[in-house]
Design a protein around this ligand. Structure first.
Ligand code: PRE
Length: 94
């Protein structure tokens, strides 16, 4: 009694766990590509930061997603780009 929400909460959290597993797999895939790009940039003396590419990705995904307010994707992608650049800088330094 009074705890009727618990099963529903557990079920929802289970779904979150499954989604997180998928997100991590996708992040791994994205970073495999990020490291390949880093190697190309290193060989060709290119800058890691490509502002226009980042802007075009943000515009594209915000346009695509009808369900989320744009700040959600913008905030998440700002973090993704920051980590991607850091990751590439580490590869290039070696
Ligand atoms: C990426 C990372 C850094 C750049 O500033 C732009 C985009 C990204 O995370 O999507 C990938 C990348 O290095 C590139 O497209 O040049």
């Amino acid at each position: 009694m009074g705890k009727g929400y618990e099963q529903e909460l557990n079920d929802l959290r289970k779904k979150i766990d499954e989604i997180d597993t998928q997100i991590v797999e996708l992040i791994e895939k994205r970073f495999e590509i990020i490291s390949k790009i880093a190697i190309i940039k290193k060989k060709n003396n290119l800058e890691v930061f490509d502002k226009s590419r980042e802007e075009s990705i943000i515009n594209k995904i915000v346009e695509k997603s009808k369900k989320l307010p744009s700040y959600v994707l913008k905030d998440i992608y700002e973090k993704i780009f920051n980590v991607s650049r850091k990751f590439q800088e580490e590869i290039i330094k070696k």
